[in-house]
Design a protein around this ligand. Structure first.
Ligand code: GLU
Length: 273
């Protein structure tokens, strides 16, 4: 059996908050219980929102919580050519198409799971005067290429009841955006590429990403990458029952620290003492 290796992969779009601390503490505890290791990965592919000061704060906050990780840390923005190579490989196999619809135009398309002319292809380009807006994965082409393997797509999830095999529904997000005009790689491409490259055996993350294995399994199958085991933990909610979110400017770990809170107090508040 391969050794247990997981990762914590925050996106530096703002300062980490209590929800990230809970997730990180959960991931590190799971790895310790399994006698495994945790890699830290900086998922800064969204060049419009990520900032170096947030990356620096991630290192500082996690170290303050007493967490350690092997060096060097993989910083995704330093590896765009790796992700472009994945998109090119899929394109050479005829599995992608250029999409000229903008994000908002795409949102108005019918549910991708319903039959109909939902998959925009080059004949249905909506020209906006610029180049293609995105490169997308053609699920119909993938289905054709995989044949019977398409129907058999599945992934393993670790639940409190044990390991469960789930049927993957790669149609759940429609034709996946692989790269956009303003970003050479989309999250699913970079994350699955790096999980394979880094030998990640177990992916442990919040249940806000509970649907991600459906499409990530498809990418892993297409690229011949190993299938990790998935595990989802519950999210920290605020007093109104909403999940904490960076964008809502939830109280950052940095500001709690500046207010004199100790790492031990954070741990015990989150149930990790
Ligand atoms: N970078 C993602 C985030 O900050 C996490 C992705 C993952 O764990 O696969 O939400």
């Amino acid at each position: 059996m391969s050794p247990f290796r997981t990762r914590f992969a925050p996106s530096p779009t703002f300062y980490l908050h209590l929800g990230h601390a809970a997730s990180a503490l959960h991931v590190w505890r799971r790895a310790a219980d399994a006698d495994g290791e945790v890699l830290l990965r900086i998922e800064d592919i969204d060049t419009t929102r990520c900032r170096p000061e947030y990356t620096a704060a991630i290192y500082e906050d996690l170290a303050w919580l007493g967490l350690t990780w092997p060096e060097p840390v993989r910083v995704q923005s330093e590896h765009f050519s790796d992700y472009e190579a994945v998109v090119e490989a899929l394109t050479r196999r005829g599995l992608t198409y250029r999409c000229f619809r903008t994000r908002s135009a795409l949102a108005e398309l019918p549910d991708p799971r319903r039959p109909g002319p939902h998959a925009p292809d080059e004949e249905t380009e909506l020209l906006d005067g610029g180049g293609p807006f995105a490169r997308r994965l053609s699920l119909s082409a993938c289905r054709e290429e995989l044949g019977d393997a398409w129907e058999a797509l599945s992934f393993t999830e670790r639940t409190p009841q044990g390991l469960v095999t789930r049927t993957a529904d790669p149609m759940c997000e429609g034709d996946l955006v692989l790269a956009r005009k303003d970003s050479p790689s989309a999250y699913h491409v970079a994350a699955t590429h790096d999980d394979a490259l880094q030998g990640v055996t177990d992916i442990i993350r919040g249940e806000d990403l509970i649907d991600a294995p459906h499409v990530q399994t498809l990418l892993q199958t297409l690229m011949g990458w190993p299938a990790p085991v998935y595990e989802h933990h519950s999210l920290v909610l605020d007093e109104t029952g909403q999940k904490l979110s960076k964008r809502q400017q939830s109280i950052s770990l940095a500001s709690l620290r500046a207010d004199g809170m100790t790492a031990d107090q954070i741990r015990s508040r989150l149930g990790f003492s």
